[in-house]
Design a protein around this ligand. Structure first.
Ligand SMILES: Cc1cc2nc3c(=O)[nH]c(=O)nc-3n(C[C@H](O)[C@H](O)[C@H](O)COP(=O)(O)OP(=O)(O)OC[C@H]3O[C@@H](n4cnc5c(N)ncnc54)[C@H](O)[C@@H]3O)c2cc1C
Length: 180
């Protein structure tokens, strides 16, 4: 095995690549990432990064990894006979082994795509868009009182912004934490 392709340049993709190197694999590693960024820490995006753009997002070892970084364009399909990952009109990436580590995507609401001032929070670019919107000191509605929604609501309250949290359950985080 001389060519490993990893689709998804997030925490899981990075960790697989680091582990391969640690185990002595010295062939090619192609990191295919839809985002334009090398892997970074997402947890601060709903917390301190909204308050402080110097908050540390670095993931240890991401910059030192010996790999070919193919960022800013998603993998769009597979040619399993030719063993290649398609990337739209860009040249495909040949592999002996492929890891799919494409993570999850934020769900949106019907009509959200047509409105200004609506953001989902999943990646760094989302957090940058949210931070830019906060500069106008908006009234904010947070849809979903899970961990991320509750964290964002708490962070925005720390900025003294008016926040309405919309959630079908009786209290935030009831399933993981209970009623009280
Ligand atoms: C705002 C926020 C805060 C969080 N806070 C915490 C926390 O406090 N504690 C905690 O334990 N967890 C937290 N999490 C969850 C944690 O970040 C995830 O568990 C982790 O990111 C999962 O890593 P992953 O590599 O599997 O997926 P992801 O991080 O989603 O990475 C997948 C990558 O694949 C890329 N991708 C998707 N499709 C394609 C494609 N077709 N081709 C190429 N690339 C593609 C995506 O753009 C993404 O960069 C948080 C998540 C978010 C969004």
């Amino acid at each position: 095995m001389r060519r490993v392709a990893i689709a998804g340049a997030g925490l899981a993709g990075l960790t697989v690549a680091q582990e391969l190197r640690r185990l002595g694999y010295d062939g090619e590693i192609s990191m295919i990432g839809a985002e334009r960024h090398r892997p970074y820490r997402r947890p601060p995006l709903s917390k301190e990064y909204l308050l402080d753009d110097t908050a540390d997002l670095a993931l240890a070892g991401a910059d030192e990894l010996s790999a070919t970084w193919l960022l800013g364009h998603p993998a769009t399909g597979l040619d399993l006979v030719g063993r290649r990952v398609r990337r739209g009109a860009l040249p495909p990436v040949a592999f002996d082994a492929l890891v799919i580590a494409t993570g999850v995507r934020a769900r949106t609401l019907p009509g959200a795509g047509e409105l200004r001032g609506v953001v989902t929070l999943r990646g760094l670019d989302d957090a940058l868009a949210l931070r830019a919107a906060l500069a106008g000191r908006p009234r904010v509605v947070v849809a979903g009182a899970g961990f991320l929604g509750s964290e964002v609501a708490a962070t925005l309250r720390a900025l003294d912004l008016p926040v309405t949290l919309v959630e079908p359950d009786r209290v935030p985080l009831r399933r993981p934490l209970g009623e009280r």
